[in-house]
Design a protein around this ligand. Structure first.
Ligand SMILES: Cc1cc2nc3c(=O)[nH]c(=O)nc-3n(C[C@H](O)[C@H](O)[C@H](O)COP(=O)(O)OP(=O)(O)OC[C@H]3O[C@@H](n4cnc5c(N)ncnc54)[C@H](O)[C@@H]3O)c2cc1C
Length: 360
């Protein structure tokens, strides 16, 4: 009997709640705690939820995939952040590129026998390209750096985006390890010391005359593609902040159940209602862009406030290194800046400023 999309979502959510969430604090600190969780996800063939049916994937529709991403962020920020790089690579490879490219890279991405991260946030930056590509015999030569590539040693390769002289961007798959080949080199520097999600091992990757061979080239995107894509996806990215806010709310409720102080429940009730309103706005992809941007900014604000509420509700214990409340608060910080655009930055700051004023 065919597995339905909602059965796949249920299975994925059960995995997050039963396997990932109980170990979230360890996963935040230790790559070796993240590794078995990613392997378990592969064993359940959940690593490529957007994989098209023709490649044996569940091809989860966007709303269900968003629901999954929320649950992932609710379970563990580090795990959510790590696995989403690979799931994004699946979506991008499935949507773009020749049939040969898809047939080469998509098989095995669901069970983790092929693992691919992403490294193209440098295309968001204005000014001279951080990573450039020039046409050469047999492919493109890459020079410069990808400032953020998460998943070192978890992912064997990553999908990189590099700027062409005419402003277009070429995307292709490169090794995610130090390599010298064809007169060029890849040098991975890090892992970065980060206040959250450090265990997901984020690197700066330098390219010195690296040959991206034609058979590893996926597609070329027009100038301004990432800005356009960011606009389309502005509220899709809100799922992580919404899930993170829910993790904070779970902790407020837990504190109420332990301490019985009525104002804890009152705070939870108010934030819970606001959370659903925010989620409803973010889930509506038909809204004009300003509303979708408003949803993203609201979700970021909710993640920070619910994380802070969790810290306040758990008192001094929350400041302990092993406590979930401070972890969720730190995770809110990363979800504030990941896939940040100038508009998201501006909206986040405007909302923060607007919240000031007389004490309640
Ligand atoms: C822990 C962590 C891991 C990450 N892992 C990955 C990963 O695996 N793969 C990946 O692709 N990305 C990854 N990112 C990148 C992430 O999505 C970026 O944070 C995001 O793209 C914002 O870029 P930036 O932080 O480099 O900021 P900036 O380069 O400062 O850019 C932020 C925004 O402001 C705009 N801007 C900046 N300066 C100016 C200016 N002077 N004038 C006008 N506009 C300006 C930029 O165009 C951009 O839209 C990761 C980020 C973090 C924090």
């Amino acid at each position: 009997m065919a597995v339905t999309e909602s059965e796949t979502l249920d299975r994925a959510v059960a995995f997050l709640r039963e396997v990932v969430r109980p170990d979230a604090n360890a996963m935040d600190e230790d790559p070796e705690a993240l590794r078995p969780a990613l392997a378990a996800m592969g064993e359940r063939k959940l690593m490529a939820l957007r994989l098209p049916a023709e490649y044996g994937g569940p091809e989860l529709p966007e709303p269900l995939f968003r629901a999954y991403q929320e649950e992932a962020a609710r379970a563990s920020g580090a795990f959510a952040f790590l696995q989403t790089q690979h799931q994004s690579a699946v979506s991008m490879i499935a949507k773009g590129g020749s049939e040969e490219f898809r047939a080469k890279y998509l098989p095995g991405m669901d069970d983790g026998s092929r693992t691919i991260g992403i490294g193209f946030s440098q295309l968001r930056r204005s000014g001279p390209p951080a990573l450039s590509a020039t046409r050469a015999s047999g492919g493109y030569r890459l020079n410069g750096m990808a400032p953020w590539v998460t998943g070192h040693t978890f992912f064997k390769e990553f999908l990189v985006g590099a700027s062409l002289p005419d402003g277009e961007a070429v995307f292709g798959v490169v090794p995610f390890e130090n390599r010298e080949e064809n007169g060029g080199a890849i040098v991975c520097k890090g892992p970065m010391r980060l206040a959250a999600m450090e265990a997901a091992l984020t690197m700066v990757v330098e390219f010195k005359d690296w040959l991206l061979p034609d058979e590893a080239v996926g597609f070329v995107k027009p100038q301004g593609w990432i800005q356009n894509n960011d606009m389309i996806n502005v509220s899709l990215q809100a799922s992580f902040a919404i899930g993170c806010a829910r993790a904070g709310l779970d902790l407020v409720l837990e504190a109420y159940e332990k301490k019985g102080m009525p104002f804890l429940k009152e705070a939870w009730d108010a934030l819970d209602a606001e959370h659903w309103a925010c989620k409803a706005l973010a889930d509506n992809q038909e809204l004009p862009r300003e509303d979708r941007l408003r949803a993203r900014v609201w979700a970021i604000d909710m993640a920070a406030r619910c994380g802070h509420a969790a810290v306040a509700a758990h008192s001094g214990q929350a400041a302990g290194k092993k406590h979930a409340a401070q972890r969720v608060y730190r995770e809110a910080m990363v979800f504030t800046v990941s896939a940040q655009t100038a508009d998201v930055m501006e909206g986040t700051l405007r909302r923060l400023v607007a919240r000031g004023g007389e004490p309640a």
